[in-house]
Design a protein around this ligand. Structure first.
Ligand code: 21W
Length: 440
């Protein structure tokens, strides 16, 4: 493979001459050519950068020297021309794998505010960023990408390195690495996990897999969606979730009063059978601790009461035990304050109030942040949903947080409260329940 790097700062690339990349050059697996863009400015203009059209601070790299340089360095029409840019596609292992198949890579390192767009339009086969953080230029990203590509070239890794690669096999794909230890067995009072000293390889494998799963669940839960998980993996992840829930449990309340009607008047809505059942089942699915129906009207309370009796204790309980389990989480109360008091009595702590609204509200909370917060919390949470045209402004003002509306593609939002509950519970708690491929 041939790699050309076009940069305004060739001296920055000395680290690339060492280690695996340096050895690949020595062993002639790689031809590495680091070229100063200034060499292509010619006597006439002499400049590599210029002011922005349209105004704005900073300078942009001019197209002419880059067109010259690529024309000079290109050895094949199939060469990949890669621009480094914070606005690029995210570089990952799959991209590295793909680039490692090419005969020639030409990296163009952006610097200053970036590169004239025509370079990308006419020359680039790829535009890559290495992550969502701000650097001073594309030199380090080019080195990062070149490093990850070169180590994939056949023969680039020594025997030891590649066999290590192989032992970190297929089944660990998509999971974070397990912790590793070496001698001494006790350092500064910290022990190596005894299972690793025991020599039981089956037990060691099991321990390592469990550590990988726990780490991934803790640090990169989104990876679990794509990982190949066995039934026992799923069981372990369920245990992780249960352990976490034991600390900060979450309840849900469906408020029938006070809510708005279409005309923004405060009303009391009627209970609906579908809301009771579907929300109870969603709560059971996502492991919520309980589901409060907030309904102060005596007649309505009686109606719910007899409905619940049927499913919780009566014929329905025996006829459909799964439904019984979901509905057993329901309790009835006359006000939200009553629900809060019930949670406080059960846990010894006041629940944090998280309201939901289909109307944008000042200081709304995003889902990723809320999810993390609840996951790390030691105190109970109460998620509050309104029926009718939504929770009153007074109730929203009382909440510790208000979640953002569940937007679709535009601001059309006619979700039923049942649908909103399912979507929001999935955003806050849904993970690790989906696996692309089950291995057993
Ligand atoms: C940082 C250039 C900020 C430009 C409108 C258009 C390459 C990089 C870079 C840099 C800006 C990569 C603007 C992860 C990175 C890189 C330098 C600001 C303002 N406004 N991967 N342009 N992070 N960074 N641009 O920073 O060149 S790959």
């Amino acid at each position: 493979m041939r790699i050309d790097i076009l940069t305004l700062f060739p001296e920055m690339f000395t680290p690339l001459q060492h280690s695996i990349v340096g050895r690949a050059v020595k062993n002639e697996l790689l031809q590495l050519n680091i070229k100063n863009i200034r060499d292509y400015t010619g006597p006439k203009h002499g400049l590599t950068d210029d002011k922005l059209y349209g105004g704005g601070a900073g300078m942009v790299m001019k197209p002419e020297p880059l067109f010259e340089a690529v024309a000079d360095l290109r050895r094949s029409p199939k060469a990949r021309v890669i621009i480094t840019s914070p606005a690029g596609r995210l570089f990952d292992q799959q991209a590295a794998q793909e680039l490692s198949q090419a005969e020639q890579l030409i990296f163009i390192c952006g610097h200053y505010e970036g590169i004239d767009q025509r370079v990308e339009d006419a020359l680039a086969t790829d535009v890559f960023s290495i992550g969502d953080f701000v650097l001073t230029g594309g030199e380090l990203p080019a080195m990062v990408m070149a490093d990850s590509v070169v180590r994939l070239l056949p023969g680039a890794l020594g025997h030891d390195e590649s066999s290590q690669e192989e032992s970190f096999g297929e089944d660990m794909k998509g999971l974070l690495e397990y912790p590793q230890y070496t001698r001494p067995p006790v350092f500064d009072g910290r022990e190596v996990p005894p299972v690793l000293l025991g020599g039981n390889h089956e037990e060691i494998s099991r321990w390592r897999r469990e550590q990988s799963l726990r780490r991934t669940w803790e640090r990169r839960p989104e990876l679990l969606r794509e990982a190949a998980l066995t039934q026992s993996d799923l069981q372990l992840l369920a245990d992780c979730q249960a352990e976490r829930r034991g600390r900060g449990q979450v309840w849900l309340a469906l408020v029938h009063y006070p809510v708005y009607n279409k005309k923004h008047e405060v009303i009391n809505t009627s209970i609906t059978n579908l809301d009771i059942h579907d929300i109870a089942r969603a709560c059971a699915t996502f492991g919520l601790a309980g589901y409060f129906l907030v309904q102060p009207a005596a007649g309505q309370q009686e109606l719910i009461g007899s409905l619940l009796k049927h499913w919780q204790y009566g014929f329905g309980a025996r006829y459909n035990p799964d439904r019984h389990e979901a509905l057993s989480k329901i309790s009835l109360c006359a006000s939200l304050a009553e629900a809060q008091a019930a949670i406080e009595q059960q846990t010894g702590q006041k629940p944090q109030l998280v309201a939901t609204s289909a109307r944008p509200t000042p200081g709304m909370q995003g889902y990723a942040e809320m999810r993390r917060q609840i996951a790390e919390a030691d105190e109970p949470y109460l998620l509050v949903f309104g029926t009718g045209w939504g929770l009153t402004d007074e109730l929203l003002a009382e909440a510790d947080w208000v979640l953002r509306p569940v937007y679709g593609v535009d601001d059309y939002n006619h979700l039923s409260v049942r649908s909103a509950v399912s979507i929001i519970l999935d955003r806050l708690f849904g993970e690790a329940r989906e696996s692309k491929a089950s291995r057993d």
